[in-house]
Design a binder for this molecule. Structure first.
Ligand code: S3P
Length: 431
């Protein structure tokens, strides 16, 4: 579906960010692994997180929808049922990477995961390697891609150094570690989102962090009771970008998750002199179970270019295309480095952002691990192809509101993967 976004005269009003996608996936998965029912408040109902509910149903969990609340009655840690056919993960990379961690521990049972065209281009060798070291058997197409088959085994604990700072791979190993013999340690090259660690702590698991190392002790069961999903900082980032770029804007975004491992983008916007007021969480040395939230107050203002380096990348990974968009409007240059992971997201987001924004009038160059933008005071407008990627579709829409001539987004329906109400929410703020 093509959709046009005309230049806006200012976005004003209040709204709540949609529930967090990453935390919703984890709540459904941990709910399925728990022995007692888990009540999930404000579960995200979107294509990706619907895939997770379907997947856990296929594995024997009971899922009850009660409006915004979802109740999951799990099978317990070691009792997932072998489904009749492949598990369809749809477009959900998080499901593709996290679920095998649980499945690897289902002794004597076999599971196949497959998904859409984009999912079949996302590497799974990064999870296959540590799971094999723990004792599971895995096979993937060309050794790297879905369909992925996992044969569960009795697992042993490992100490594992991640080669990429990926919360998905870290979480996969932590989930497998729950049913392994002993204590497993995962070390990450840079800090990535820690929602899994926080939720495991809440579920009574022995887990602790020491800098970039996380250690988890095996468990008999998970006791989670209830989880409340905060607003999604990555979805809020689109609204923040609109508020900062469109003159006369003033937005209040309620209930946004501000776990510091997710707020890299907000810190980058502030560094660019953008106005984003709210209580962002500070980094704490210890692991805490809570997911902090804050209301954010966003206003239009002049921006300056900035440089984003590798350490900051995992903390803003899904928002980096928006940094490129902000860079088009900022004074001077905006550079992102160390972000080669963007090439293996739902689409190649370096190519998508660079070619897409250039088509709207930007002065932007791709590098092997990021991009460099020269601010030219705005964007002309034109047409941008979402390439089947929800975040690229939403970036195109925001570019349109901030542009001089408007933008036509090809494939706007992709937004339903993480933010089904996106177009309606924007319309409400523009009226
Ligand atoms: C996610 C982690 C990130 C992110 C993805 C969601 C998660 O991926 O890009 O959208 O929920 O753990 P990586 O961990 O592979 O960087």
């Amino acid at each position: 579906m093509n959709r046009r976004f005309e230049p806006a005269r200012g976005l004003t009003g209040e709204l709540r960010a949609p529930p967090d996608k990453s935390i919703s996936h984890r709540a459904a998965l941990l709910g399925a692994m728990a022995s007692e029912p888990v009540r999930i408040e404000r579960y995200l109902h979107a294509a990706d997180t619907d895939s997770t509910l379907e997947a856990v149903r296929a594995l024997g969990a009971l899922v009850e929808l009660r409006g915004e609340e979802v109740v999951v009655r799990g099978t317990g840690l070691r009792e997932a049922r072998e489904p009749d056919g492949p598990i369809d993960v749809g477009n959900a990379g998080t499901l593709l990477r996290l679920l095998p961690g649980w499945l690897a521990a289902q002794e004597g049972r076999s599971f196949t995961l497959d998904g859409d065209e984009s999912i079949r281009r996302r590497p799974v060798d990064r999870i296959a390697e540590p799971l094999r070291l723990m004792g599971a058997q895995l096979s993937a197409r060309n050794g790297r891609f879905a369909p992925l088959t996992v044969r569960g085994s009795h697992l042993r604990a490992i100490s594992y150094d991640l080669s990429v700072a990926s919360a998905q791979v870290k979480s996969c190993v932590l989930l497998a570690a729950l049913a392994a013999d002993g204590a497993t340690t995962v070390s990450e090259p840079a800090r990535s989102r820690d929602h899994t660690e926080r939720m495991l702590l809440r579920a009574g698991v022995g887990i602790h962090r020491n800098g970039r190392r996380v250690t988890v002790v095996n468990a008999d069961e998970l006791l989670l009771d209830s989880v409340r999903i905060p607003g999604d900082a990555s979805s809020a980032a689109f609204l923040i970008t609109a508020g900062v770029l469109v003159p006369h804007s003033r937005l209040l975004i309620g209930d946004v998750g501000v776990n510091w491992t997710r707020t890299g983008f907000m810190r980058i916007v502030r560094r660019m002199q953008g106005i984003v007021l709210g209580d962002l969480e500070d980094e704490t040395g210890e692991l805490i179970g809570d997911e902090p939230v804050s209301d954010l107050d966003v206003a239009y203002g002049a921006l300056e270019g900035t440089v984003v380096e590798a350490d900051e990348v995992p903390l803003a990974i899904d928002e980096l295309p928006l940094v490129a968009l902000l860079g088009c409007f900022a004074e001077g240059e905006t550079i992102v480095r160390g972000a080669q992971e963007l090439r293996v997201k739902e689409s190649d987001r370096i190519a998508g952002a660079v070619e897409g924004l250039r088509g709207l009038g930007a002065e932007i160059e791709a590098t092997q691990d990021g991009f460099a933008v020269r601010g030219t005071g705005g964007l002309r407008g034109g047409t941008i192809d979402a390439r089947g990627d929800h975040r690229m579709a939403m970036m195109g829409a925001i570019a349109g509101l901030a542009s001089r001539e408007g933008v036509e987004v090809v494939g706007m329906e992709a937004a339903t993967v993480s933010y089904p109400q996106f177009v309606e929410d924007l319309a409400g703020l523009c009226s």
